[in-house]
Design a protein around this ligand. Structure first.
Ligand SMILES: [Zn+2]
Length: 139
């Protein structure tokens, strides 16, 4: 992986859970609304108190793209590959960007025939000592 996420104080619990193979979402301790990406303040009630809740790891393809060059050189070698946006079953407004793969460590350029609305489930690919990336397999 060329580009790895920057882990900050707000997102650290998300990445710690991912290393354990768990998908968690940040929520508001004031009004209960879940939000992603993690951030300090609730957009609804402005509370700074947060909770973390485990998710089922199930969702559907909300959108996708198959990038073609020009791309960053390392990614150009993989093209065409897929990038998907997955809406979580618990709350479809929670959307994660990732890749559709056949197995956690599978290549991102294997599946190019993708349908909006297709069910998927999360898997985690250990890409560094600190980062296990959520990816998606057909459910
Ligand atoms: Zn709130």
């Amino acid at each position: 992986m060329t580009l790895l996420p920057v882990i900050d104080d707000d997102s650290a619990p998300f990445w710690e859970a991912a290393r354990r193979g768990e998908l968690v979402m940040q929520g508001c301790a004031g009004c209960g609304r879940l939000r992603f990406p993690p951030r300090p303040m609730c957009p609804d009630c402005q509370s700074l108190d947060v909770t973390w809740s485990p998710m089922s790891g199930r969702g559907t393809i909300w959108s996708f793209v198959v990038p073609h060059p020009p791309l960053l050189p390392d990614y150009a070698e993989l093209a065409p590959y897929n990038v998907v946006v997955v809406a979580l079953d618990e709350d479809p407004t929670l959307r994660l960007v990732g890749n559709l793969v056949t197995a956690a460590d599978g290549p991102i350029n294997e599946i190019l025939d993708i349908e909006i609305g297709a069910p998927v489930r999360v898997v985690f690919a250990e890409v560094s000592d600190d980062v296990s990336l959520p990816r998606w397999v057909p459910a």
